[in-house]
Design a protein around this ligand. Structure first.
Ligand code: ATP
Length: 328
């Protein structure tokens, strides 16, 4: 290890996601393994500015591998968006003799980390923790897989009632700007249609497609709608439109909401979070800074934070095609 960092801080910021606790555990234990001190920062950047720190050792993170949420709590902080706020944060880190900061969060949190590094030259490293899977430089963000499992569990249950009553269900899932959750959970949950922000299906085609499904012998249907779908109507307006333009279906709406963020992390997320924590700390101890760790082609890789923030993830066109074929 080439850097002279002797103490590393870790925080969780922005929206929480399952797997954050596992990443904290991994950062803390990797520090312990390399005889580097580790400090947990409560409430993200807000706690950083207030010096809300706790010394952590390998035993401080026992019993959290299966817990959703984040033991360090997460927060959104407007003060950290100001120069004065960041000066306070820097002072707190200096006073505590901390030499590097691991930020577990989404692209907003990484933007804050990058600005902080540019202003003070302070070493930072990002771990992508968000259920939306909308971060460039990793095939999977922490929590995405768990959220998918939560969503398909809900779809399966809703399907039971849908098929008992010849119902058409619109199920809204998270994803304001990206449709990764909708597309993957839609395929895995056997949805008839999937509406995502990246693709404008159009209302008429939606009704056409639902009519086709019915003619082909289906008595109930599930349509998965990402929060930010392109049709431009909210899910209740969609229901009204279909009610008016399709006969014979009892149309219902289910908004899954925040349950998608909770729950015990899946095996995939636990392994991913453990790998990411090790990579983040060891990269920092090797003198690398301003990167985000990510999973690419099965390997742990580093992406400059700047690219992770600016790069856009793309929807998988092959999955779109698979979903079309499956709804035949
Ligand atoms: P999610 O994707 O789940 O919303 P996120 O990390 O993108 O997570 P944000 O609320 O966008 O969540 O950002 C988290 C925090 O990062 C903000 O509350 C703020 O403190 C900090 N932050 C975001 N953008 C900036 C910025 N431009 N300058 C300084 N700090 C920022």
């Amino acid at each position: 290890m080439t850097s002279n960092i002797k103490k590393i801080a870790v925080l969780t910021s922005g929206g929480d996601s399952p797997g954050m606790n596992v990443a904290i555990r991994s950062v803390v234990r990797t520090c312990a393994y390399h005889n580097v001190e580790c400090v947990g920062v409560y409430r993200g950047y807000q706690g950083l500015m207030e010096g809300d720190f706790k010394q952590m050792d390998a035993r401080s993170v026992r019993g959290i591998i299966n817990k959703g949420g984040t033991i360090l709590k997460s927060a959104r902080s407007n003060e950290f968006r100001t120069k004065e706020g960041r000066i306070k944060a820097h002072q707190q880190l200096r006073d505590a003799e901390i030499g590097g900061l691991v930020v577990i969060g989404g692209d907003g949190s990484f933007t804050g980390a990058l600005i902080f590094n540019q202003e003070f030259g302070f070493p930072v490293m990002g771990i992508p923790g968000t259920i939306d899977n909308d971060i460039f430089g990793t095939s999977h963000t922490l929590g995405f897989d768990t959220a998918l499992n939560t969503v398909i569990d809900a779809i399966d249950k809703i399907r039971d009632t849908a098929s008992s009553h010849n119902r058409l269900f619109f199920i809204e899932v998270m994803g304001r700007d990206v449709g990764h959750i909708a597309l993957n959970a839609g395929i895995a949950g056997g949805a008839e249609e999937i509406l995502i922000p990246e693709e404008d299906l159009g209302l008429e085609r939606l009704v056409e497609s639902l009519n086709r499904s019915r003619k082909s012998g289906k008595s109930s249907s599930i349509v998965i709608v990402a929060e930010g779908d392109k049709i431009g109507k909210n899910i209740f307006e969609l229901k009204d439109y279909v009610d008016e333009n399709m006969e014979g279906y009892d149309v219902r709406v289910s908004v899954l909401g925040h349950m998608q963020r909770g729950g015990s992390p899946s095996c995939f997320d636990r392994v991913l979070a453990s790998r990411m924590g090790v990579k983040a700390v060891e990269s920092m101890l090797n003198g690398q800074t301003n990167y985000m760790v990510g999973l690419m082609d099965g390997k742990m890789e580093l992406t400059p934070l700047d690219n992770a923030i600016k790069g856009k993830t793309k929807i998988n066109l092959e999955l779109l095609r698979v979903s079309d074929i499956m709804s035949t």
